[in-house]
Write a protein that binds this ligand. Structure first.
Ligand code: HEM
Ligand code: PLO
Length: 488
């Protein structure tokens, strides 16, 4: 029944078979906050039943690290659910695929391809800077009016990942881009959030609004992926590797020429499509979400914004654009990014893990097949580890002199850890640094007088997104007729 007989079992919620599905009914709280509150009654490690599945909820960093790092391989599984199976053709991607040799092969390959863009021929810094520049041009046009920055931020981030995956980009108002925005939001709203169908798969036979939306959105996404795939096949060459899709096509071809490895890893067309879909989806939704949270917090904390601008003025000035090589010289901006990732983690419950064999966590026995939810929210808001956890204070990541970074607590894992650690960490950090430094070098973000500040609660889903808000981006003194923005 989930835990090894004879071993000590963790405290368990009363075994209501429907507790999982009732989470949203018994409380107004989103699950990460509800799970955090349950600690008061059950301690920081406890279990509950979701339908027929035993789920272990982990709320402290010692247990989290034991699971993700020390016993990473044992807990490297992923549950199969109705919604993620629909999104990924039964787990033929990376993020929602169970542990297997195919998964290992895919992950390694994509990791290699992403590394290549770092130093390789396709310079990621150039791509990001191009998008940052065009975004700044846009902001200059709309300055002094109240605007929702989300569409432009999303387009900039999408174009970076588009360049990586497909060697293409979108212009403003592009119909395909607008369609992408819509289907992707539909997927974020409906996939992998332990909705009723994921807990009771038999509910699929009844009409279900969310499931219908998910199916429609996935079908639109699949058509787009298929189109990109067909286009690539036409002008593919073994000698040039333009992007991630080329790298996947090459791996597929070479595995087809080698029967043993095809048999071992089974790299099918579906795998290629789903893997590129993963990177594209993760690449867009995560970074955009962090940029939106950053802007919301900067508008709430003008003193933080001023400090970043002072740092930018001192270290970079007005005569050149920020570059990746400035990262080490801008500790306050870096600390701000870290603080945003702490206070509003993109994936507050990570992606669920599954025990692949009988094991233990702390003093408790855990049985094979148990689902494990790491509550990153609890780790990042643990009062034993963080002073005033709900306070937005980038200073907590700075050393005493205030001129270097520090890690004030081990209870901090915004990208997860271990063998399922985020594949896009390096890319995301480059983007966050460059986009934010470009924007804040030129603009001050603010709220029109009388308007309420952005909501900071967020909307729980597969990523924790802020609600829509509008701001004013004002050109800073000395940038009004900047030659820099016009030339890039
Ligand atoms: C997985 C965070 C950006 C690709 C994850 C996980 C987290 C995470 C918490 C789950 C780890 C686990 O289940 O233990 C973030 C954050 C980002 C970000 C905070 C931005 C600031 C990206 C980007 C990409 C990406 C830009 C793609 C280029 C992935 C993939 C996985 C993953 C493929 C699944 C890994 C696996 O299951 O093996 N990310 N991510 N992420 N991320 Fe990210
Ligand atoms: C976002 C919507 C896309 O249309 C599909 C997609 C693919 C990969 C998912 C991503 C979505 C959300 C964020 C996820 C990512 C894989 C890893 C990442 C879950 C659903 C995180 C933060 O764990």
């Amino acid at each position: 029944n989930g835990f090894v007989p004879g071993g000590r079992t963790p405290p368990s919620l009363p075994s209501l078979p429907i507790i999982g599905s009732l989470l949203s009914l018994v409380t107004d709280c989103p699950p990460h906050i509800f799970f955090q509150q349950l600690q008061k009654k059950y301690g920081d490690l406890y279990s509950l039943m979701m339908g027929s599945h035993k789920v272990l909820i982990v709320n402290n960093h010692h247990h989290a690290k034991e699971i993700l790092m020390k016993k990473g391989k044992i807990f490297a599984g992923r549950p199969r659910t109705v919604t993620t199976d629909l999104l990924t053709r039964d787990g033929k991607d990376i993020a929602f695929a169970d542990y297997s040799s195919t998964w290992k092969f895919h992950r390694k390959m994509v990791h290699g391809a992403l590394c290549m863009f770092g130093e390789g021929s396709i310079c990621i810094e150039k791509i990001i800077s191009r998008e940052a520049s065009s975004m700044c041009d846009m902001l200059t046009e709309t300055q002094n009016s109240v605007v929702d920055l989300a569409p432009e931020l999303t387009r900039a981030v999408t174009n970076v990942v588009c360049a990586l995956c497909f060697n293409s980009s979108y212009k403003r108002g592009d119909a395909e881009f607008e369609a992408m925005l819509q289907y992707s939001q539909g997927i974020v709203d409906t996939v992998a959030k332990d909705s009723l169908v994921d807990i009771f798969p038999w509910l699929q036979i009844f009409p279900n609004k969310d499931l219908k939306i998910l199916k429609q959105c996935v079908s639109i996404r699949d058509k787009l992926l298929q189109k990109k795939y067909e286009e690539h096949k036409v002008d593919y060459s073994d000698n040039v590797q333009r992007d991630l899709l080329d790298a996947l096509l090459r791996a597929k071809r070479s595995s087809e020429n080698n029967n043993t490895s095809t048999h071992d890893v089974g790299l099918t067309e579906d795998h290629v499509l789903m893997t590129v879909g993963d990177i594209f989806g993760a690449g867009v939704e995560t970074t955009t979400t962090v940029l939106k949270w950053s802007i919301a917090y900067l508008v709430h904390n003008p003193q933080v914004q001023r400090k970043i601008q002072e740092e930018l003025d001192n270290k970079i000035g007005k005569d050149r654009q920020p570059q990746l090589s400035d990262r080490g010289n801008l500790p306050y901006l870096e600390a701000t990014i870290r603080e945003v990732l702490r206070i509003r983690p993109v994936a507050p419950l990570l992606i669920p893990h599954v025990a692949l064999q009988d094991s233990t966590v702390g003093e408790y026995a855990v049985k094979k097949g148990t689902r494990v939810i790491i509550n990153l929210w609890s780790l990042h808001h643990d009062e034993k580890e963080w002073k005033n956890p709900e306070l937005f204070d980038p200073g907590r990541f700075l050393n005493e002199e205030g001129d270097g970074l520090c890690c004030p607590s081990p209870s901090y894992l915004p990208f997860g850890a271990g063998i399922r650690v985020c594949l896009g960490e390096a890319l995301a950090k480059m983007e966050l640094f460059l986009f934010l430094s470009w924007i804040l070098q030129r603009f001050t973000l603010g709220m029109p007088t009388g308007q309420p500040l952005p909501d900071l609660q967020g909307k729980f889903g597969v990523v924790l997104q802020p609600k829509k808000f509008k701001v004013i981006a004002k050109l800073r003194a000395g940038w009004e007729k900047s030659p820099l923005t016009q030339h890039c």
